[in-house]
Design a binder for this molecule. Sequence first.
Ligand code: ACO
Length: 327
Amino acid sequence: MSYEAFVSGTGGFTPERVLTNADFERMVDTSDEWITTRTGIKRRHVVDPGMATSEMSEYASRLAMEEAGIGPEDIGMILVGTVTPDMALPSTAALLQERLGAYNAGVSDMAAACAGFLYGLATARAFVGVGQYEHVLAVGAETLTSITNYKDRNTCVLFGDGAGAAIVSRGKGKGKILSACLRGDGRQWADLQIPAGGSLREMEPSDLNNGRRCISMNGREVFRHAVRGMTESARVALRDAGLAQEDVNLFIPHQANVRIMNAVAERLGLTEDRVFNNIEEYGNTSSASVPIGLYEAHRDGRIRPGDTVLLSAFGAGFCWGSIVIQY
Ligand code: ACO
């Protein structure tokens, strides 16, 4: 049996506190000019001590549930895409379940880095499609400040905190999920990693200060593969949806670097007015960036009935993907 899966509600949350490029000029050898021209980022929202991924997920999820018109008891599965869980054990999905009181749900985190929300949304669509659940909550949420090395100018200027969420529902909702293309290439794992703190290399006292517990990245390789991966998966997802590049009304790419976003848009033949862009305000929030974008696009009336929306993301693994939604 197969059912149509719809996005029936979206939500987003970012903390109030802001780190500006001027703040980074005081922390590392950088400039507003370098950060703006190389990344498009001006500000990032960051948590105050005590706030973690599950709390931001809760605020985003409540907005999504309200829009979908469902209560916590209606959720059949909670999937949280994150590389910054509140703790290694249990999953952030379990902690979110308690916060929401969604005790009829299964719970699991999705380990797909910046593509975590897309993997969650595609999995939600599959669960709903086979008739297993009526409503699935897919979340992308990150406290990247907890894994950022504020002595490394190559990475620290990029990242911010935030959460986004979507309810995927059987048979009714605002946007029908038409297709999903998920890909990976484990050969590139070393280009984007947190070296210490896993079972391969346990955390040592010196790791607290040497940056090994934080994101380490080969920026140029990530850039190159991100452009290729997002473009190719977008083409496959559009083809599988029976659509063409010119049918896309709004492209919501992972907000990693404005130059990556523009390069992908150019290859897809999408003009700037069809590309969602909030990187200036939030920086790279990893798995949270696409669902926050989807939420803000809904909230600000940038998605109209009949529109085709293309989501695309790329992250550590490498893993990446694209999803097409018809409103
Ligand atoms: N301020 C000033 N100079 C800097 C800074 C900084 N913040 N960071 C790097 N530089 C310097 C470098 O040291 C280098 O100097 P050098 O030539 O003397 O060695 C110079 O700027 C150029 O460095 P490049 O790496 O060539 O700069 P590039 O144009 O590639 O931009 C960037 C770097 C922004 C990191 C880019 O490669 C990028 O965005 N890559 C993708 C990153 C990404 O998307 N990551 C997402 C995954 S994160 C996740 O999954 C959680």
